[in-house]
Design a protein around this ligand. Sequence first.
Ligand code: NAD
Length: 302
Amino acid sequence: MRIGFIGTGTMGAPMARNIARGGHEVTAFDLNTDTLRALSDAGIAAAPNARDAARDKDIVISMLPNSQHVDDLVFGANGIADVLSPDGLYIDMSTIAPTMTVSIAERLRARGLAMVDAPVGRQQQHAIEGKLLIMVGGDEADVERARPVLDLMGDTVIHCGPCGAGAAMKIVNNFMSITINLAAAEALILAEKGGLDPDLARKVMLGTVAGQGHFGTTYPAKVLKGDLEPGFMIDLAHKDLGLAVDFAAAIGAPLDSGRLAQARYDDARKAGRGRQDWTALYDFLRAESKAAVKTPRLAAGA
Ligand code: NAD
């Protein structure tokens, strides 16, 4: 296939290389000409601008920093929307706002052009090895058209729903990993300031839910089965968080995530859930937010 690739930075460059390695004819564009030149050894042609990279291609891929970059690329002055092939497919793999993804997909659809969103999980090393996890949103037929090329960049390609669903899944995933990073950092500082070896603390935590995570351990065993009978009850979790918050205050360690969690466990107790399993926090927050939950509008049929 003839592929246009726009945005050959940290992630885009190795992704474009893997597509070229897969036998496709790749033409790339990036504002930074150094990154483009560095791709010539992979047989990737450098286009002088985004339109030339996108013109007459079977698939055009973008991998840009944020929402505005992608909107400008497609619909800005000299945007690629005017040169995308009606038989082609546009795949945005950047991490951007799902509302922007849907907006771009709808404007392209009005011109008879198809789009798939396919943001990626994991890091640069996985991009180099072709082992990204790719979260895809789009019509079944469009996703199947994209799949041979996506398979060259990732070892796990998951169709998440209509256009916009890949972007939404990526935001959910990143919220989780970015937020637990704060708790991980605070836990290691708490260990260190408490006179413990942080390496040893990490080893200990890899043997418990702290390091193993809830999704593979407690959630499937309890709340996701509808079982709120306490294995470890919310009252006790709240007590233990209090111990951590007080310990941190005594030794001058930061514990912002701990204090926030303490307040929410406290809310659950006030709602009468103190003797439920700690995973019932999910059930509590879900019930609390139900009135406010709105189904996001995704571009079904886009
Ligand atoms: P990067 O900054 O290294 O690369 C972005 C590239 O886009 C740069 O080379 C830049 O020159 C180019 N660019 C910007 N505007 C352009 C335009 N109008 N036309 C052409 N080129 C343009 O960023 P990255 O780390 O490769 O990330 C790309 C996307 O992937 C981001 O949305 C990021 O959030 C996401 N992501 C990154 C990682 C990671 O570990 N780096 C992991 C998963 C997802």
